[in-house]
Design a protein around this ligand. Sequence first.
Ligand code: SF4
Ligand code: SF4
Length: 463
Amino acid sequence: MTDSVLVIGAGVAGMRAALDLARHGIAVVLVEREPVLGGVMASRLCDDEETFDFAHGVEVPKVTQIAAQKNIEVLTMSDVVELNGTAGSFTATIRQRSRFVTDACTQCRHCHTACPQVAPNQFQAGVTLRKAIYTPFRGAFPASYVIDVDTCLNKPPNYLPCQRCVEVCDDKAIHFEVPLERKLTREIGAVVLATGFAVEGSNEPDKYGYGLHPDIMTYMELEQLIAPTGPSGGFVEKLSNSSSPVSVLYVMDDASRFAAGCAAAQCDKLISQDINNVVVLHPPKTNEGDRFTEFWRRVAKRDCVLVEGQLERVTPVEDEQLRVRYKDVTQPLSTTENYDMVVFTTRATASPRFEEVARTLHIEHNGSGFVKAGQAIGGVNATTQPGIYVAGCASGLKDVTETIAESKSAAIHSMRHVTVRAPANGNEPAISGHTGLMIDGKWQTDDQIRQRIESVLINLLQP
Ligand code: SF4
Ligand code: SF4
């Protein structure tokens, strides 16, 4: 039996679960495939200024909190490749790819200037470019630079055709001689699976005129302009001429709770930057209960105009404007208006990694590419394998509020499989052999644990 829980995925769900576990004295191994923490919302979660998401009314976890937690071992560029054992006593094998840059990196940027290889920065939805040696964005964690071997001229272990970055690195932080990858094993009692979701690019480019003009963009591209760590420092600018937009048409591809959550958060940001003409064009609302209505209320409260209808055409016109024609279901004729920017949501899907992760963990999916959840003990968090719990969008698309509630619940369930626990301050030595659970400095009885789990689940289901 061990005192550790393995958390796979370091987006909102994985970070929330890891922090909750660590704060209750559980040792956490946090495994993330990418070189930095944060997942799809990385640029937001790396910014420490806003810990509260006003659009959703919840506190979001921050990477600085993870960095400060001694109980969390962070393994980036890593994948779990094998899991053996049973609940309470698993052995995980983790493959970690090399960064080729050590912690000695001072982020001086000399290598970035020297490197000749350029690629779109996938961490900023391609709105910026990066070099083969790079850090995804300001404030990323871990902070040290990373080499993308696929774009580097010096793809190890080949002959060294390029040494430019090594030559300018005064801190001797770049090492091509290290192995391409290494294997690690960790003894863990439970797993929290938080692999999140994937966002498609533009699925119907002709419909939205995507690619015709830089100010027609996806909501993931807008997300980068909103993020304080983004290319415009968090102030939304037109990509065509760097001016501030006055009017934005926000086109929703679907009216799910997930899409409404994204729209609410982003429109809230647009309005808070004095962009007063924000029109949300949406399909008919789906019946997703009171919480969905709450999202609409939040959007409308922020002075956005909600129009049920369909986009018909976007045409770039003079003065970097976009002429939009759309059908408002309440009007007999189509409406034509000019906007500075057109933003559209794109489809979110199950993570393409899930198939492979499911095979490794011996769990089932639900036929749509998401984890099959809601099995026996563990409620919404339980997978088809005891001791493996799912949190957030890995089991289906959810908004931030639901994701955080589910992550807290997954953390609590996973604590049941860990028998060696430390006091709640998390930084003191572990207490071996105790079979109870300590929460907020007090040992809990089985009934208290059960009540805690029930209250989390009740909160989760409440509007
Ligand atoms: S790898 Fe070296 S040159 Fe590049 S940012 Fe780090 S310290 Fe500077
Ligand atoms: S070896 Fe050359 S191409 Fe590769 S990261 Fe360094 S400077 Fe860039």
